[in-house]
Design a protein around this ligand. Structure first.
Ligand SMILES: CC(C)(COP(=O)(O)OP(=O)(O)OC[C@H]1O[C@@H](n2cnc3c(N)ncnc32)[C@H](O)[C@@H]1OP(=O)(O)O)[C@@H](O)C(=O)NCCC(=O)NCCS
Length: 180
């Protein structure tokens, strides 16, 4: 599979088998929520596809949620990762979650897909009308730090939360300066 051929697609029931395979890989490394990079649930797959579509359009949002779009990074009908783009920030997202979350399935890491998924996510964010995006990551997440800084992230600060073992880095990326 070629990294450059991958694209972001909206979650679809047609890729259920692929999604379950990816979700199980995340589960095996201890992440039941796939690092929170989407709202698709294994046990409620078909309904959560509908919810994801609605949430991206601001419909039926649970209390306190902001509109957000989930995408899968796909090539040749294989899902290699997932991302979630929040259309606006609330207090939690301002401090910890940021506008964009992303994850690459464990079997496909260290091949360039992480770099690719953030690049494509920023294009989607720009299409959504965002001018600046906040991206956060743990202070010890070396791969994500490289990905964010390579994509133009400027470190704003590091925040220490009581429940967290390491500080959260907060980066801003100015989309107005990007071509796509
Ligand atoms: C972080 C994550 C997305 C990286 O995905 P990936 O596909 O492995 O990333 P890439 O292959 O594009 O690598 C990006 C850079 O990080 C480096 N890298 C990748 N994994 C690394 C690791 N474990 N340790 C150190 N550097 C690493 C790569 O060498 C590359 O650097 P380079 O361009 O200088 O060569 C992936 O590990 C993941 O999904 N982790 C769990 C969820 C997560 O942390 N999401 C980000 C939250 S902000």
């Amino acid at each position: 599979m070629c990294v450059e051929n991958t694209k972001l697609v909206e979650p679809t029931v047609e890729l259920k088998g692929e999604f379950l395979a990816m979700a199980n890989e995340f589960k095996a490394e201890g992440s039941d929520t796939m690092n929170g990079v989407g709202s698709i649930e294994i046990d409620n797959f078909e309904n959560s596809i509908i919810h994801a579509k609605n949430h991206s359009r601001g419909i039926d949002l649970p209390q306190g949620w902001v509109p957000a779009s989930t995408f899968w990074l796909v090539s040749n009908n294989q899902i290699v990762g997932s991302c979630n783009i929040r259309h606006q920030l609330n207090e939690f997202l301002e401090n910890y979650g940021g506008h964009v979350g992303y994850g690459i399935r464990p079997s496909q890491r260290q091949k360039g897909y992480g770099m690719r998924i953030l690049k494509l996510s920023l294009e989607k964010a720009k299409q959504l009308g965002l001018e600046r995006v906040l991206i956060t990551c743990d202070d010890d997440n070396i791969a994500s730090i490289i990905i964010i800084e390579t994509n133009g992230g400027k470190l704003e600060d590091k925040i220490m939360d009581e429940g967290h073992k390491v500080p959260t880095r907060r980066y801003w990326i100015d989309l107005r300066l990007r071509e796509t």
